[in-house]
Write a new protein. Structure first.
Length: 94
């Protein structure tokens, strides 16, 4: 699945790359070159980040599923226990 940015996010990413080059590199980078570099990052590195995000979401959902069984667990055959708990216990005969 190719990673794509919407038009506004893409433009902001290109501007961010241009600023980075202007402040940290010997030469500035043009709009077309920044767009090509962004495409490279999206294709080459983007899937790693995407897959990590999916793995993080799966781990979080798995944890929530484990919590769910604890949070909503109901004891079975508990009707008589509420009566038995209130009964006085007979002392054992000697």
């Amino acid at each position: 699945m190719p990673l794509e940015l919407d038009k506004q996010d893409r433009q902001q990413a290109i501007e961010s790359l241009q600023r980075y080059f202007a402040e940290n590199m010997d030469e500035p980078i043009g709009n077309v070159t920044a767009g090509a570099l962004l495409n490279f990052f999206l294709e080459e590195v983007g899937p790693c980040l995407y897959n990590q995000g999916v793995a993080d979401a799966q781990a979080r959902l798995q944890q929530r599923l484990e919590d769910l069984s604890f949070e909503v667990h109901e004891d079975v055959f508990a009707y008589w226990r509420k009566f038995d708990a209130n009964k006085p216990r007979n002392k054992p005969k000697k």
